[in-house]
Design a protein around this ligand. Structure first.
Ligand SMILES: [Fe+2]
Ligand SMILES: [Fe+2]
Length: 434
């Protein structure tokens, strides 16, 4: 989500004005209706406001981590009709039913997007700030007459402390049909995960709104309570071979759906960034463009890294296992930096296989107690490729044809990694020690 203060309001305002004039003048064949006839305050039912049969109910509500997860939290949602004064409300959660009596309101930033079917929708975003660390908050999003339910999240601790997160390879295909079971299995296995993380290819065609609808359907209410962080795969971009170079840029639907950090290289906002979470530096890279700029940036941010653990993520693997694939460019650019700063773990997708290397340095296996990096490729969706032989000697575990998720538990001295399949069966595991 781009934060453009006031920039988008003229568009929304114009739409609201048009709606008002249409309603007031009785113009056109379409009519403005509320589901209930009211003469008092607008009822706060989520379905109470409709415009030409379309509801103003907030959709696709998703929490994203910020660069200060102990004291702030981002939330993004969309409406398929324009709404006046979109906002979010927040209050410390409690078991009391009047927990919301002192809720504070935060005005949303709004960005309009024209979909592939020509409809215009509005994406709204709020960053709650001045929060207390390690505290449960309740929040809702929407506007008068069209609120979401109250949801809850927990802020991070302000200092290193044990936590777990879940990470997923590409969902990409059959997302509603076959990825939802992976998401639900992951939630059942680790309902107290602090956040979820994805290494890209969320959908197959990142410019098709219907596929994003499937993704949010498959997530259910999980992103309303478990913050998520993402990086883009190649399917968030057009096919490089089918567009001119100046048209090769991330699809318009990526940024409006999320509110991700913007502390990466210029031009890669919300796709390349880092954040520190309770003793771990999480670094997202974008394997699709501006790789040399990212390498310079990566070297810089890792040279000033006070965290005990460093986890990097990139969609395209550094050591491929997918047949016919071998991206030496990524090895040349990033492995020297991963080695220089002893990055602990690199999470990847794209190959639609599972593979996990031994601990490596300079492309060579090192002992378990030596400084080195473990590289993981995984997949959560049903699309599978055969495992190629090109880096077989580096792999401690490889396979294909299985839908997986990974739970990572981090404490001061240990990083415990576990890969499980959609049936909840452990598929792989290892432990790193400091
Ligand atoms: Fe993929
Ligand atoms: Fe991919």
């Amino acid at each position: 989500m781009r934060f453009y203060p006031f920039r988008c309001w003229p568009k929304i305002g114009l739409l609201c004005l048009c709606l008002t004039l249409t309603i007031a003048c009785g113009g056109g064949e379409k009519t403005f209706t509320r589901s209930k006839s009211t003469s008092g305050p607008v009822p706060e039912s989520p379905h109470s406001l409709t415009f030409w049969g379309q509801t103003a109910t907030p959709q696709r509500i998703i929490l994203n981590l910020t660069t200060t997860p102990a004291t702030s939290q981002a939330v993004t949602w969309r409406t398929v009709v324009p709404v006046a004064h979109p906002q979010a409300q927040i209050a410390p959660a409690s078991g009391l039913s009047d927990f919301d009596k002192n809720a504070r309101s935060v005005a949303a930033d709004t960005e309009t997007v024209t979909l592939d079917d020509g409809r215009m929708v509005a994406h709204h975003a709020v960053v709650f700030d001045a929060l207390a660390p390690d505290t449960v908050y309740a929040y809702r999003v929407g506007a008068t007459g069209a609120w979401s339910e109250w949801n809850q999240f927990t802020t991070a601790s302000s200092k290193p402390a044990p936590f777990k997160f879940v990470t997923f390879g590409d969902p990409q295909e059959e997302v509603r049909s076959k990825c939802s079971r992976v998401f639900r299995a992951a939630y059942q296995h680790a309902p107290d995960a602090d956040f979820w993380h994805f290494v890209g290819d969320l959908v197959d065609n990142g410019d098709r709104d219907a596929e994003w609808a499937e993704l949010f359907d498959a997530f259910g209410w999980i992103p309303r309570t478990t913050p998520m962080i993402f990086l883009p795969g190649n399917h968030a971009y057009p096919n490089r071979r089918r567009v001119k170079p100046d048209a090769f840029r991330i699809f318009d639907l990526w940024r409006p759906h999320f509110t991700l950090p913007e502390n990466g290289p210029a031009g890669l906002e919300e796709t390349v960034y880092f954040l520190d979470y309770q003793g771990v530096r999480m670094v997202m890279l974008n394997g699709n463009e501006k790789l040399a700029e990212q390498a310079l940036w990566l070297d810089r941010i890792l040279s000033r890294n006070p965290q005990s653990w460093t986890i990097a993520a990139i969609h395209q693997p550094v050591y491929n296992t997918g047949k016919w694939r071998n991206r030496s460019t990524l090895q040349d650019l990033f492995v020297p930096i991963f080695d220089k700063y002893a990055v602990d773990l690199v999470l990847q997708g794209h190959d639609h296989t599972y593979s996990r290397t031994y601990k490596l340095r300079n492309g060579t296996r090192v002992g378990p107690d030596e400084s080195g990096t473990v590289y993981v490729i995984s997949v959560s969706g049903p699309k599978s490729y055969p495992v190629g032989p090109q880096h077989a000697a580096l792999m401690e575990k490889s396979g294909t044809g299985r839908q997986l998720f990974q739970v990572i538990r981090v404490s001061q001295r240990h990083l415990e990694y576990e890969a499980l399949d959609a049936a909840g069966t452990r598929y792989d595991a290892f432990v790193l020690k400091k």
